[in-house]
Design a protein around this ligand. Sequence first.
Ligand code: ZN
Length: 498
Amino acid sequence: MNKNFEKLKDYMDKGIALSAAMGLFEWDNETLAPSAAIENTSKIMGILAKENHEALINDEVRELFAGLENAEDLTETEKLIVKKMQKEFKKLSAVTAKEYKDYNELTAKSANAWATAKENNDFSGFAPYLEKIIAFNKKTAKNRVEDRTSPYDVLLEDFEEGFTTEVLDKFFGELKEGILPLADKIKEKEDTVRADFLRKSYDIEKQKEFNRFIAEYIGFDFNKGVIAESEHPFTTGWHNNDVRITTHYYENMPESAIFSTIHESGHALYEMNVADKYTLSVLGGGTSMGVHESQSRFMENFIGRSKAFWEPVYPKLQEYFPENLKDISLDDFVKAVNRVEHGFIRTEADELTYSLHIIIRYEIEKQFMEGELDINEIPREWNKKYREYLGITPENVSEGVLQDIHWSQGSIGYFPSYALGNAFAAQFYHKMNEAFDVDEALRAGNIGRVTTWLRENIHQYGATKNATELLRDVTGEELNTKYYIDYLTKKYTKLYDL
Ligand code: ZN
């Protein structure tokens, strides 16, 4: 092994260990930690973040990069590791260790302040935190603008390489054109789909059993993963043998946990299936948030909400809850879990209106990052856009601007990943159907064909290819919104008899 690379690898290993420690605290905060812990835990996390910063940003690492510049004895994987580390080095160099420590302490506390503000329906309790978070991101992104047009582009590219406002404006424009007319047409027919049977009482213990079954059914490996509970479902993990997901159970909304579990299992499969040679390195996780969402949304929507998927599985659900479902046909169940509702809450949104929720967040982020929107004006702007795109006005900030955790964690520029994930997923779905009949495999209970295809084409590569490279390798083309719009049009025209 190249001597410089060997030394660089030590720094990488240390960074990965420190990130894992921070990730464990984050996991713990959301699942088991007592509420009084946060004040001191955020200090610990600040210190770990500072250590993590110093493990990468120092003179020796800088020299190692210089020494590796024209090295000819690196393997392909080693070259990719150096490239990825250099990117991270550039990003972290924009802040000092002290700033980084303070910022991590701030975001750990801010997530808590956000939760309290949401509970109290009081934007002003969160506004001072948001103000600091936005200011920090603006300042550090400004240091990294280089040849990009704005600080917001820098943040967007942290989540999805190459997807700047120029690309995203076009992308969201196409989504609007495809989705809005469909959503408008369905709005008049929203009441025609019954879902009353999903609002009955579903025993939580039985729900847990069923969710465990469904996770296992789609390939979640309980030797390598666990399912816990949290307010908002999420996935995290440290290597391909330790992936954690959470879900949230509601007694009168069983589909919420079911589709969260399928969604997070989609994320988990991606992490579990990264090749051993990449795990525990900077290439060892999913390549980007957009591609990650493409995997979770693929499992949740393209697979999990299809009639073919439920054909072998629905009788099992009926067995668990005969009192509520024995007289409900498969068709009625599938219709109910696909019904469109113009609602306030992104995480509860149907597949069709989901991207409208994202467009709103994208437009607002763009405005406040470009200095066109003061913090205190955000709630008003939020409501205005909900009226414009969904025809409804949130009655309070809990259901409005405070519903998402992202900004409190410092994730600005993250939201577009969800919409991109939908579009990537549609492209993968189209390609998969060229390889074999997906519905036929699902009807036969052979979901292994789907997950094998995903592992072979996407998962195993971890972070060695960015989204555009992956799309090109798997589908032969770059992002093309047409597949997603076609899929939605076909699906909802049939479902609502348009
Ligand atoms: Zn997700």
